[in-house]
Ligand binder design. Structure first.
Ligand SMILES: *[C@@H]1O[C@H](CO)[C@@H](O)[C@H](O)[C@H]1NC(C)=O
Length: 335
């Protein structure tokens, strides 16, 4: 009898445990162009039934996107100073952690996170493709894949190495430029402002450099695949979609021209000249298919074309003042 009762109790405990909701922690950055990832990722994880907590540096402006939209999320937002006195605030381990904050292994938040081993299943570091070191022999039109050499002097590369040296089960994503709803950095204003004001758009020659521009919602979908696919610890993925990998710098001008109903006047300049052009002057784009193969990522459902309407209306409502005073000099120098 006692044995039966015990068996029932154990069965119940196991059953309840299997029903328990997965818990995810998003450690969000403070600002910069990519801080909207946390918002969209929280929604993505909610849609998978996860209980989501966002750990957020309190030193942000809550009236600005994406923070002004946090209240619409089904997430617990924990804000605190990310300073030298930082102490990791959670007791229980999360199933998944997504870290888009860490900049180097030695920062106070970074080292507290690594010491806390906060993820039972996977710790996903959302870092940057900016750490790739493209060899000068790299052929034109060939994207950088995950096996490319990286620059160990960059903080994000050092954080990757530190994470890899722990026994925390981990995944690394390396991202490039993003756009989309609630993104505070508007890379494309460079184009939109000039085209809208009938000014020439200086583009580094030859202008056919491909660029990885990814909608933040696709990035969120891609990151979220970690919880379904549970890729082997140590896996590295570039972000990016198939849709958005077909644009070169001139295409982007033509697309935005279409959105504004204007014909852009593209002018090429010498890519060695330093300017405010928002992307790298020389070709630098990543291969994104690995997560399609290994994580069953759809390859993305958004497109820059599809976002044009929103892009133009966001531009009009912000009406940014872009400094174009250097353009004439840049163009005069020739190609
Ligand atoms: C956050 O993610 C973006 C990728 O979209 C990346 O560019 C950025 O460097 C990441 N931030 C940190 C601190 O790693």
């Amino acid at each position: 009898m006692i044995r039966l009762a015990l068996t029932l109790i154990i069965a119940c405990v196991l059953y309840v445990d299997s029903l328990s909701v997965a818990r995810s922690l998003i450690v969000n950055g403070k600002g910069g162009g990519h801080v909207a990832i946390g918002y969209h990722l929280a929604k993505e994880l909610n849609s998978k039934g996860h209980e989501v907590t966002i750990l957020q540096n309190c030193d942000v402006d809550n009236n600005k996107v994406p923070f002004s939209s946090y209240s619409s999320l089904d997430a617990e937002i924990v804000t605190m100073p990310f300073d030298d006195d930082f102490e990791y605030p959670f007791k229980a381990q999360f199933d998944f952690v997504f870290d888009n904050n860490s900049k180097s292994p030695d920062g106070p938040v970074e080292s507290a996170l690594l010491a806390a081993k906060p993820a039972k299943q996977r710790y996903t570091f959302v870092g940057s493709a900016g750490i790739y070191e493209k060899p000068s022999s790299h052929p034109h039109n060939i994207p950088l894949d995950e096996s490319m050499p990286t620059n160990g002097e960059k903080g994000a590369a050092q954080f990757e190495a530190a994470l890899t040296s722990t026994d925390i089960p981990h995944i690394i994503f390396r991202c490039q430029y993003i756009y989309g709803p609630l993104c505070p950095k508007h890379y494309l204003d460079y184009y939109t402002y000039r085209i809208n004001n009938n000014l020439p758009v200086p583009i580094p020659a030859p202008g056919t450099q491909l660029v990885s521009l990814t909608d933040v919602r696709d990035v969120a979908e891609q990151l979220g695949k970690v919880v379904d696919a549970l890729p082997p610890s140590g896996s590295i993925f570039n972000t990016g979609t198939f849709n958005d990998l077909k644009h070169n710098y001139i295409d982007v001008a033509n697309l935005i021209g279409k959105g504004l109903g204007k014909t852009p006047e593209v002018k090429l300049y010498d890519p060695d000249v330093k300017t405010d052009f928002p992307f790298r002057a020389k070709e630098f784009f990543v291969k994104s298919g690995k997560s399609v193969k290994e994580l069953s990522f759809s390859g993305g459902s958004q497109t820059l074309e599809g976002f044009l309407g929103e892009l133009v209306s966001s531009f009009e409502s912000r009406s940014p003042n872009i400094d174009t005073s250097k353009d004439a000099g840049v163009l005069k120098a020739g190609v």
